[in-house]
Design a protein around this ligand. Structure first.
Ligand code: HEM
Length: 412
């Protein structure tokens, strides 16, 4: 336990999170941030918090203050849309359980089995188009398009919407653990209004046309369940659910695939091994998730007074579970900084969280990433991205590349 407050929004923390988290772990299992939050970097404590939703609630008011100079303009934009409500990430049981059941079907192993050949096909198209020996942005050439394609399929959005999906999700995550400029902020607000208005139209169209996917199912299910309640409430919930799925469905996975390639891309022996034994991709994915997950942390609020690591926590205290920190805890993972897909317990990493809020798309993300590596192995001898000047998001919650310069060495 250390008591010197740490500024997790400082440039040092945002630029070198791995080193800063290692320093924190060296001082104790938990620390206090300059905001008075408790940050957990210990693997066992992280799991303890995430699997005890009665003590550590997800019902956090994640209000982000709008800069004063644009407050009126932002309010005017928001007045044209629907208020967001608590759907998955910020709700507790029983509301959370009900909402999760509404979308769970799309992510079952059975649904993923149906999706697998389609994802493989989409990945092969992208891999076949990668140029040889040129510097490209691997994120836009491969990392992002695959999850955008997959989540569109799951939801029932046409492929032409892929540019919109990128724009909407960039807008949705812009103020998570970060502060955009006023100019950017206004653009993001307009994009989010566009998301809502488009989704409302697509919901009606997909329901009427019987287009397969979560969008039509959600619209249908809610109507049947409660046909007489106010439409505003229903639409708000649907839009919040869809926003969570759209954002989480590509923002994280695209960044992750690019990060995984940065981590292992230049290892020619590894690509050869993946060609010889495609099942090895699963373990590479687990290890890359442990070391380079874009989801750095999960926040909770103390619901009932408790004690954690010798600290007395009053209700209302924010606890930030550092998934990135816990995943490099040497007590759990020997030589934690080393990428070793053959390590014992490689599946025990917690990049997808734990407990009732554990990532609903974990199976989909694992499928996409595994297929990405397997398919790339068929096309490349190596992808050099490790030494490149990748630009990263500056957030302590979602950290990942915005661009990922890379040179692809295609197989002869
Ligand atoms: C590498 C990719 C991904 C990572 C690292 C990741 C990570 C996470 C984590 C850590 C959580 C739990 C947060 C918490 O406990 O507060 C979470 C929740 C969630 N994820 Fe993912 N995710 C990924 C991909 C996806 C995909 C493909 C989807 C697809 C729709 C998705 C949808 C969601 C949703 C809806 C939640 C909220 C679940 C709930 O609160 O019940 N994620 N994700």
């Amino acid at each position: 336990m250390t008591s010197v407050p740490v500024d997790i929004a400082s440039s040092e923390f945002l630029d070198t999170p791995v080193q800063c988290l290692a320093a924190l772990r060296g001082q104790g299992r938990t620390a206090i941030t300059t905001d008075g939050w408790v940050i957990v970097t210990d693997f066992d404590l992280a799991r303890q918090v995430l699997t005890d939703p009665k003590t550590y609630s997800s019902h956090i008011h994640k209000h982000v203050s709008v800069p004063g100079d644009i407050a009126d303009e932002v309010a005017a934009i928001r007045a044209q849309g629907w208020p967001y409500t608590n759907a998955l990430g910020t709700s507790d049981a029983p509301l959370h359980t009900r909402n999760r059941q509404m979308v769970n079907k799309a992510f079952t192993p059975r649904a993923l089995t149906t999706l697998e050949p389609l994802v493989r096909h989409a990945a092969a198209d992208l891999a076949a188009a990668l140029p040889d020996g040129e510097s490209i942005d691997f994120l836009t050439a491969f990392g992002e398009p695959l999850p955008v394609w997959a989540i569109s399929k799951v939801l029932g959005l046409p492929p032409e919407r892929s540019t919109d999906i990128r724009r909407w999700s960039t807008a949705a995550v812009a103020s998570i653990g970060a502060t955009p400029s006023s100019e950017d902020w206004l653009r993001y607000e307009a994009d989010l209004l566009d998301f809502q208005q488009t989704m409302v139209t697509v919901m009606r169209e997909n329901r009427e046309n019987g287009t397969p996917g979560v969008i039509a199912e959600l619209a249908q299910a809610i109507d049947e369940e409660d046909p007489d309640s106010g439409e505003g409430v229903q639409v708000s919930l649907l839009l919040t659910l869809l926003r969570e799925l759209v954002v989480a469905g590509n923002e994280t996975t695209g960044k992750f695939i690019a990060e995984a390639v940065r981590l292992v891309g230049s290892d020619r022996a590894l690509w050869q091994r993946l060609r010889d034994d495609p099942s090895h991709a699963e373990f590479v994915v687990e290890e890359c998730l442990r070391l380079a997950s874009p989801t750095q942390s999960a926040r909770r609020v103390v619901a009932v007074a408790t004690e954690l690591d010798g600290r007395q926590l009053a209700p209302g205290t924010i606890v930030m579970v550092s998934l990135a920190g816990a995943n490099r805890d040497e007590h759990q993972f020997a030589h934690a900084d080393v990428c070793d897909p053959d390590r014992e317990g490689v599946r025990s990493q917690i990049a997808f969280g734990q407990g009732p809020h554990m990532c609903i798309g974990a199976g989909l993300a694992r499928l996409e990433s595994k297929i990405a590596l397997q398919v790339l192995a068929q096309y490349v001898d190596a992808i050099d991205a490790a030494g490149s000047e990748a630009v990263y998001t500056r957030s302590y919650i979602i950290r990942g590349p915005i661009t990922m310069p890379a040179v692809v060495h295609r197989r002869a």
